[in-house]
Design a protein around this ligand. Sequence first.
Ligand SMILES: NC(=O)c1ccc[n+]([C@@H]2O[C@H](COP(=O)([O-])OP(=O)(O)OC[C@H]3O[C@@H](n4cnc5c(N)ncnc54)[C@H](O)[C@@H]3O)[C@@H](O)[C@H]2O)c1
Length: 278
Amino acid sequence: MNGEGMNNAQRNADEQRDGDASRDTNELRDLHGLKAVVTGGGSGIGLATARLLAARGADVAVLDLKPDQAKAPLRGYTADVADQLSVAAAVGRAASDLDGIDILVNNAGIGAIGTVEDNDDAEWERVLGINVLGMVRVSRAVLPYLRESVHASIVNTCSIAATAGLPQRALYSASKGAVQSLTLAMAADHVREGIRVNCVNPGTADTPWVGRLLDQAVDPEAERTALNARQPMGRLVAADEVAAAIAYLASPAAASITGTALAVDGGMQGLRLRPVGQ
Ligand SMILES: NC(=O)c1ccc[n+]([C@@H]2O[C@H](COP(=O)([O-])OP(=O)(O)OC[C@H]3O[C@@H](n4cnc5c(N)ncnc54)[C@H](O)[C@@H]3O)[C@@H](O)[C@H]2O)c1
């Protein structure tokens, strides 16, 4: 065997061993070398996503009003997606520290409770300014960097509220309906630039946000039971489960997927079950 043959044989053996090792530890490093920005990465779904992207090898910048929980290796940046100047400054610093951006996760969002009669114009403008325009502002700032990437991807956090009519969620649902339509329009606008745009649509997920909602309920335990029962799987979605879907859509494994909404909702949107026992 010549030297090159021996090297190839050795390389194959090494690769085989590395493959076995990664299967043994269930460690996936498919995002190694990629740079990611996660908005709202200081809590809940965003924090779970930032941690997962980093565990899979990405260098991750978290942009949040309160990025304190984004501990190393995550890089935390204070930013308000409702404010253009704040977004531009934070994205500029993150891109410089990361040396580019390949992945944007537009996840920062807030809730709103009530019918159309319950929220005034100022509240509509505030919520739409964060949930919809926030994604627009951050995307605008990040797109120039994504154009330089060969694995460019945007994942927006949408919601079951975009596709199912939920009581007392008029403003929140309108904002998430806009996010789903925005996802499709952006996917069309940027597909020829090699930038994929998708969204995830979580059902009710067990995050600090839902904890706060339950705290406001007259009977938090009864409210949690009702939310669990609304999910065909009988339990809330875990933040880690939404993070896994976001990481998949952001990864090179999803290179042929754009303009898609991936439901992570325990079957809430698609299934119609008969009542238990019938
Ligand atoms: N939890 C659920 O049941 C659920 C279901 C469907 C969709 N979602 C969506 O998931 C996303 C994350 O929700 P979560 O449950 O993890 O909430 P969360 O409250 O735990 O986390 C949201 C994060 O966004 C940050 N944030 C809020 N406003 C911001 C702003 N103006 N600028 C920068 N950061 C800001 C907060 O500081 C917080 O760290 C939201 O877009 C939400 O609409 C949540």
